[in-house]
Write a protein that binds this ligand. Structure first.
Ligand code: SF4
Ligand code: SF4
Length: 456
């Protein structure tokens, strides 16, 4: 048996080593397996441990004892979901004492130069952050963060529609000696040489997420930019090149649905020619959901899973896939909404918990802080869907009752896509372990307890 990734220290300390039981045992539900190089990889989604068994080791008594010790084999009457819930509760209690807010999502404007048919912000009031509110936002950030390093996510609307607010906030933070870095979700059209220089030096921006919906003709039609000169697609592609040349990582999101799948395969080919081998560039597919308007969802889960896999594999074969690692720490939160360390700031300074702009979900403002703790706390309420209790991802998958995505539940396709993503990560960890051959990957965080963040 090879240990490829060690268990998360925090979880391991909490649940300890298991002992061989007299009663009969079964495999835990919290295990994802993948065949690889003639052996089997097993990933425990609660402990985070990844092991490799070669063919000879599979059913030996020694292996069985080790699998029991590592919680892969458990007593037939064991309720592993209850243990997982307990770990989450303890991790949540440990976090509850952390009062500083260190991650801010700032909507510089709700206005946007694109008119995407699927936008969940369709129909909302369009307004931008004033200079006074930007100054007050910087003051609020400094007073809320306890002198710690700050992470800022520039969001909108299109955040570059109000660059002035970004510069004002960054400038004030810099003058006050506040440590911060930032990233942005943008359609990428409004970048130019000057803006990129400022983004790197003043905004301290190291990453941008840009959505591209198709090849040139399709993209220009879907984005339907209100003011444009020439081809917006070509401008965005040029800007991506300038961003990576300036050292900014670019993550291109490909919103995938039944109607645009063939075109996205073509787009992948074009992006591969342009950016293949560029270590600061990657692209990844995301199945599109109908927040607004008809998005042409796949008719059956099998088609959606196959399409997703085919697109992802093509991106990898072209050297532009998104290579992710398995989680190295345990987090009891889903996202900014249920994390006390995060706040969303609207253009007029009102505070919220979720970046999906919603006038109803205001919990305070930058002038007097969080006032409505009941509403803030409501974002922590969890929900489960049909199938969660038997799903191998149960320990790491958190769904929030108020999350707009919760309305879609969890389809078979979503579940299988998530599991297949975990398998990709397992195999990628194994391959890099073999190439290093210098022992298992240990946990970088003290105790393996993650103060923020989640990915699935
Ligand atoms: S939401 Fe889906 S992926 Fe997550 S635990 Fe439930 S069934 Fe599994
Ligand atoms: S609650 Fe849902 S939509 Fe809101 S930030 Fe979290 S994951 Fe995103």
């Amino acid at each position: 048996m090879k240990v490829i990734v060690e268990p998360v220290g925090f979880v391991n300390d909490l649940i300890g080593k298991a002992r061989k039981q007299e009663a009969s045992e079964r495999m835990t539900k919290h295990c994802v397996t993948a065949e690889c190089d003639g052996g089997t990889l097993l990933y425990h989604t609660l402990t985070g441990e990844l092991i490799y068994l070669d063919e000879k080791e599979r059913n030996t008594p020694v292996t069985c004892n080790l699998l029991t010790e590592k919680h892969f084999l458990i007593g037939c009457d064991c309720d592993e979901n209850r243990i997982s819930d307990h770990v989450r509760t303890v991790a949540g209690i440990m976090r509850s004492g952390m009062t500083d807010v260190t991650d801010f999502t700032i909507l510089t404007t709700t206005d946007c130069n694109a008119r995407c048919f699927y936008c969940y912000e369709k129909g909302i009031r369009r307004y931008s952050m004033s200079a006074e509110t930007a100054e007050a936002t910087a003051d609020f950030i400094r007073s809320s963060s306890g002198g710690k390093k700050i992470g800022i996510s520039w969001f909108g609307g299109e955040p570059l529609f109000n660059k002035e607010a970004i510069s004002l906030i960054s400038n004030k933070l810099e003058k006050a000696g506040t440590a911060f870095s930032s990233h942005m979700t943008s359609n990428g059209l409004l970048f130019d040489e000057e803006t990129i220089k400022e983004a790197v030096s003043l905004w301290r921006m190291n990453r941008v997420q840009i959505t591209i919906d198709g090849t040139e003709e399709v993209y220009n039609r879907i984005k339907a930019y209100v003011e444009k000169q020439g081809s917006p697609y070509r401008t965005v592609i040029r800007n991506i090149g300038m961003l990576t040349d300036a050292g900014v990582r670019v993550f291109v999101r490909l919103n995938m649905n039944r109607a645009n799948f063939d075109n996205l395969m073509q787009l992948a080919g074009e992006l591969g020619i342009l950016f293949g081998g560029n270590r600061l560039f990657c692209a990844y597919p995301v199945p599109l959901r109908a927040f607004a308007g008809e998005v042409g969802e796949f008719e059956n889960p099998g088609d959606e899973i196959n399409a997703y896999r085919a697109l992802k594999e093509k991106l990898f074969s072209l050297g532009i896939g998104r290579n992710e690692k398995l989680l190295r720490a345990y987090s009891p939160t889903r996202c900014m909404a249920d994390n006390d360390g995060n706040l969303v700031i609207f253009p007029d300074g009102r505070l919220s918990k979720c970046e999906h702009y919603c006038e109803k979900d205001v919990i305070g403002d930058i002038f007097s802080g969080v006032r409505d703790h009941v509403s803030a706390g409501a974002w922590k309420e969890k929900t489960v869907f049909d199938g969660c209790s038997d799903c191998p991802l149960y320990p790491r998958c958190i769904n929030l009752k108020k999350c707009p995505w919760a309305a879609f539940g969890c389809s078979e396709a979503v579940r299988e896509i998530r599991i297949s993503n975990i398998r990709d990560k397992m195999i990628s960890e194994y391959r890099s372990f073999i190439s290093r051959a210098d022992g298992p990957i240990s946990q970088p965080l003290s105790g393996g307890y993650a103060p923020a963040g989640y990915d699935s």
